[in-house]
Design a protein around this ligand. Structure first.
Ligand SMILES: Nc1ncnc2c1ncn2[C@@H]1O[C@H](COP(=O)(O)OP(=O)(O)O)[C@@H](O)[C@H]1O
Ligand SMILES: Nc1ccn([C@@H]2O[C@H](COP(=O)(O)OP(=O)(O)O)[C@@H](O)[C@H]2O)c(=O)n1
Length: 211
């Protein structure tokens, strides 16, 4: 079974996916971490993030590996773990530019499609482009202010600055962020994290042992 959980920035995708995946006993897959890792490598190499050809050549010369665990995903470049540096403000600021490059999207999509199901996949276009065949699809929302307040514990900036950056990223990401027509949309604003996880679990199709 593949479950997709898409949504806007900081809407709760990775926390909810982790909770749902643990309840199901399967891994979750964070597609955003691959875009973040591609951005970090580009920044470290001093590349122009708008330049698809050089960035893609760099990614192919320095392959990344996503480790999709139920408790939290990790990203590796050979023996070097990149995970800790992927949620910085500078990666936040550059990632939407990298994610707009069709070649980079193809590179990420190929890695995701090579993963063995079952899993919960989270991002922007998991239910539309990457896994349109998924058995259950969800799309998380919440107001920019609520999302910024939640993320404030994870970033050095104040809530208004975080909110402005989230709104900017939503705008830059809007092309790949449309909900799938068959996704269940959940406004997480009035819900606790566990409330969202239980809402998702309650809507999953009955599983058979082989699914
Ligand atoms: N429904 C919720 N209620 C309260 N806090 C939440 C809720 N969902 C997520 N959070 C918190 O909001 C922050 C952002 O969630 P995260 O899962 O990282 O979102 P995303 O993966 O969409 O960026 C985290 O600190 C998380 O614990
Ligand atoms: N499926 C995806 C996932 C992420 N992304 C890009 O990667 C960025 C980081 O995604 P993320 O899911 O880690 O970000 P948050 O929503 O957790 O802040 C997004 O802002 C998008 O630019 C994408 O384009 N498509």
């Amino acid at each position: 079974m593949i479950v997709t959980i898409d949504g806007v920035a900081a809407s709760g995708k990775s926390s909810v996916s982790s909770g749902v995946a643990r309840a199901l006993g399967v891994p979750y897959v964070s597609s955003g971490l691959l875009y973040r890792a591609a951005t970090l490598l580009g920044l470290e190499a001093g590349l122009d993030l708008h330049g698809a050809a050089k960035l893609l050549a760099h990614l192919q010369a320095h392959p990344l590996r996503l480790e999709p665990l139920a408790g939290g995903n990790r990203v590796w470049q050979g023996e070097r773990e990149l995970t800790g540096g992927l949620h910085s403000t500078r990666v936040d600021a550059g990632v939407s530019v990298v994610a707009a490059l069709p070649d980079v999207r193809g590179w990420v999509d190929a890695q995701l499609r090579a993963l063995p199901a079952p899993f919960v996949a989270e991002g922007r276009d998991m239910g539309t482009t990457v896994f349109p065949q998924a058995q259950a699809k969800f799309y998380l929302t919440a107001s920019p202010r609520i999302r910024a307040q939640r993320r404030a514990s994870e970033r050095p900036e104040d809530v208004p600055a975080i909110e402005a950056a989230l709104v900017r990223r939503d705008l830059l990401d809007r092309v790949q962020s449309a909900p799938a027509p068959d996704a269940v949309v959940i406004d997480t604003g009035p819900l606790t994290l566990d409330g969202v996880i239980q809402t998702v679990l309650a809507q999953l199709p009955q599983r058979t042992p082989s699914a």
